[in-house]
Ligand binder design. Sequence first.
Ligand code: G
Ligand code: G
Ligand code: MN
Ligand code: NA
Length: 250
Amino acid sequence: LALAARLRLALERGEFELHFQPIRDIGDGRIVSLEALIRWSPDNAGYVPPSQFIPLCEESGLIVPLGEWALAEAARCHGLLAERGRGEVAIAVNVSAVQFLSETLPQSLRALRETHALPRGALQIELTESAVLRSPESARTTMNELREQGVCISIDDFGTGFSSMAYLKDLPLDFLKVDRTFVAGVDSEERNAAICRALIELGHGLGLKIIAEGVESAEQLDWLRKHGCDQAQGYYFGAPGPLADLLRAW
Ligand code: G
Ligand code: G
Ligand code: MN
Ligand code: NA
């Protein structure tokens, strides 16, 4: 079976699952949101990382139904959080450019919020710069509709794409996620520190909150706290894992 067809079958068979990584407030350490990261476990034989199948799903168009599945699963999981008294914690879902620009996103999210009786703020979406830059006008329309529904928007991997100040200035965004390549060595390499300082200042100047990705040490976390970063995620706090594990260790 060609991989594209195998992936379609995987979606039908329910072979995908979501893992979650906590995002913590840097000030008080509390978990403010969970990033949902898709995993494929074919025939229950270990996990295939998304880098090995997301690009193919984007080419074949499967990313749209797969993305719909991820949003629905995130909505279901938010219900589980709420049952455990953690309903104020948001779930952030990665959305591909193809899905974001298909313009069905606001409608899908509205339907999910009704079906699962989700409060405003329950779901967030993470977009990359390429998703936005491919069509800034259509991006703005979709973002405004999401905003009205109380869905916050992050720009993911910030600084690694074709960053344009124009879209940052004009689009209704909430969070800027500083890519982990800049966070690595932030406490020991002046060039990374210079970029992180500038991104924090830029984001704050535009009224955005800053999330540092890929935090792996107490030294990095201290640096980020001292320089005003708002939230952090990374192996220092924990790798992505099943929701049940996270709830147990909360
Ligand atoms: O979990 P991991 O670090 O292997 O993720 C690698 C990449 O896969 C990340 O860049 C992430 O944005 C992407 N990814 C993870 N889950 C999803 C998803 O549900 N949808 C999309 N479009 N991308 C995802
Ligand atoms: O592109 P995106 O930011 O959505 O991808 C998140 C990816 O980063 C996931 O694959 C996740 O497993 C990985 N990740 C999460 N925390 C860390 C970390 O502290 N260090 C590294 N190297 N990768 C991380
Ligand atoms: Mn992400
Ligand atoms: Na990222």
